[in-house]
Write a protein that binds this ligand. Sequence first.
Ligand code: ADP
Ligand code: MG
Length: 255
Amino acid sequence: DGERRLDKYDMPVDVSGKGAPGPADGFEAAGLAEAVLRNVARCGYESPTPVQRYAMPIVMAGRDLMACAQTGSGKTAAFCLPVVSGLVAPAGGGNGHGPRDRGSFDRVAAKPRALVLAPTRELAAQINEEAKKFSFQTGLRVVVAYGGTPMFSQLRDLEKGVDLLVATPGRLVDLVERSRISLEAIKYLVMDEADRMLNMGFEPQIRKIVDMMNMPKKSVRQTMLFSATFPPEIQRLATDFLHNYIFVTVGRVGS
Ligand code: ADP
Ligand code: MG
C-alpha cells in the first residue's frame, strides 16, 4: 500500500495510508487560504520543500498525519500553513474571541482551537514566531507558553484570547490545572519533535494533555505527529493518538 518515489529534490519519499492526497507542486496548489498565501510570499518562500509538498494537502484534506523528516526540512511551515489556513474565519465570520469583560474578576479559561506541543522553550519560541508570520492580518491570535520563566506575561497574553497555542508540555499541564486554559475546543493538535519530547521524559504530560482534550474520540480532532526518527515509542504514540492516518517519510529516517 506504500509507494516510494523520488521527489523532484531527489529525496526519497514514502507515503502510506488509505486515500492519501498527492503532493502539491506549489503553495497555491495546496489550497491554502488567500491571506496565508500572501504571508508565505512575504516570507520569501518560493516553493515548498518536500515535506511541505506532501504534508500540506494531507492536512488540508483533514487527515491525521505521521511525518518523519530530518531537521531543517521545513516541518514548521508544513504544519503551520495548513493549520493557520484552517483557523482563518470565512469572510464575515468572527474568530471566536470577542472582547473580554475587563470589569469582571471571573477569569474565563482561554480556549485555543489549535495546539502545537514542542519539547523546549527555544523550539516553542521559534514555532510561535513562524506561526505569527503566517497568520499576519488574519485576525488570529497566536500565543506561546513555556516553562522556566514567570507565568505572568503568558497569562496576560492568554487573557486577550488565543486561537493557536504553542506550548511545552509541562507548562501547559500547569496552566490547564490552574484553569487558565481549556483544551475543550482543540480542533488541531500538532506534536513537533515528538521523539525529542519522549526522550526528555514528557510522555506522561503528553498523555495527560490528550486525555484533557475535547473528546475521548480521537476522530474528532485532527492530529499531526512530527518526528525525525521513528522508534517503537513513537509508533505507539501514533497508534494511540492518530485516527486513520497517513504516514509520510521524507529522506532517510532512522529508528
Ligand atoms: P525543521 O522543523 O524541519 O527542522 P524548519 O521548519 O525549522 O525545519 O525550517 C528550516 C529553515 O528553512 C527555516 O529557516 C525556514 O524558515 C526555512 N524554510 C522552510 N520552508 C521553506 C521554503 N519553502 N522556502 C524557503 N525556506 C524555507
Ligand atoms: Mg522543527
